[in-house]
Ligand binder design. Structure first.
Ligand code: FES
Length: 362
């Protein structure tokens, strides 16, 4: 490759210069595979370092320090605010305005907690930490002993330059902010768990019981067996669920998918012979992996797909797992019809719904 006066680059062997000067061509290597950069740019190096106002003026330096630890204290206040808001605005009533109020005030606290740490750290780095640019040459993963010793030196230098060990107010307020920040999450997650109750027992019981009608989600209208045609699928909730005080909790356990297959397509074990009604089967909608709703039904193959991690369940074989991380089949709800032809449950599920964890701990 060669370059003309105009600065344009040509492939070696294609320019007239390369053909007329074989010695030059030989030096460049095989035509078409070599690249010659005749005017490689020169590394201009770093621009001259310009001191910041906080480097020159001790008063501004102290002011910046105050700003940094103020942000970290603001973060602590935000975390405390979030915990206080969780306690002050409980959402046990299930009222939507209570949910909004609680979410708003908890969210505000967490915003201040996160922003306080973020802005404080950025301000610290921009105004107080040393801002000399440097080049970090890459090395093999494990360095030599000298390199490792140098790393320790660098850490010590960084400690000196950032003032982490020296500026105790900043350091302690940052540690305090980082310790306080996860606390709202601990409190919030604890609030999600059943209060004073055994979660295994809770999950083993749903609203399904003998004679409870299967109704459409979300209308609550009962379903007749004659409404369920072959290939159709219904999202189902137990009758009365919409009036339950803990409706969402109950729905999270009792949601069911109802499908109708040709009876000859079903392979059922002897103890489940009576659990379907003329090919109509009902399975828990809660994935046995980590509890997502299994809501995608493939009518041709009779497979149910969980969209979260792609577990697939074969409805023709009692919802056994044929793909994905789910550990066990979807629990089946035994069903029949009542005197008026409406589909009803024969009993509750015979095993805990949801992630396999509960199965192992039952
Ligand atoms: S929750 Fe269904 S596959 Fe993970």
């Amino acid at each position: 490759m060669a370059q003309d006066d105009s600065g344009s680059v040509e492939l070696a062997g294609t320019s007239s210069t390369a053909v007329e000067h074989p010695a030059e061509h030989e030096r460049l290597g095989d035509p078409g595979i070599g690249v010659v950069v005749a005017d490689a740019p020169v590394n201009p190096g770093f621009p001259a370092h310009r001191p910041r106002v906080t480097d020159l003026d001790p008063k501004r330096n102290r002011q910046a320090e105050r700003t940094v630890f103020t942000f970290f204290y603001l973060s602590i206040a935000g975390s405390v605010w979030a915990i206080a808001a969780y306690m002050a605005f409980p959402i046990e009533s299930g009222n939507i305005s209570d949910v909004r109020t609680s979410t708003l005030f908890i969210g505000l606290g967490m915003v201040f907690a996160l922003l306080g740490i973020g802005i404080g750290a950025v301000h610290w780095a921009k105004t107080l930490m040393a801002d000399h640019e440097g080049i970090d040459i890459r090395h093999p993963v494990r360095g030599t002993e000298e390199t490792r010793e140098r790393v320790i030196e660098i850490f010590e230098e960084a400690n000196q330059e950032s003032g982490f060990g020296r500026r105790t107010l900043i350091r302690n307020s940052l540690i305090g902010a980082l310790v306080a920040f996860p606390l709202p999450a601990v409190v919030l997650f604890r609030g999600l768990a059943p209060q004073n109750e055994d979660p295994v027992k809770e999950l083993k019981q749903t609203m399904w019981a003998k004679g409870v009608r299967l109704t459409k989600d979300p209308t609550g209208l009962p379903i007749k067996a004659s409404d369920v045609t072959i290939g159709s699928v219904f999202h189902v909730i137990p009758d009365g669920l919409n009036d339950a005080p803990d409706m969402l909790d109950q729905k999270a356990k009792a949601a069911v998918l109802l499908m109708r297959l040709k009876p000859q397509d079903l392979h059922v074990s002897p103890d489940r012979k009576t659990w379907n009604y003329h090919g109509i089967v009902a399975y828990s909608k809660i994935c046995t992996h980590v509890g997502c709703p299994v809501a995608l039904y493939e009518q041709q193959t009779h497979h149910l797909l969980c969209p979260c991690h792609q577990s697939q369940f074969d409805i023709t074989h009692e919802a056994r797992v044929i793909f994905g991380p789910a550990g066990r089949p979807l629990p089946q709800l035994p069903i029949t019809i009542d005197d008026e032809g409406y589909l009803v449950a024969q009993s509750d599920f015979h095993e805990p719904v949801g992630p396999s964890f509960w199965e192992r701990n039952s």
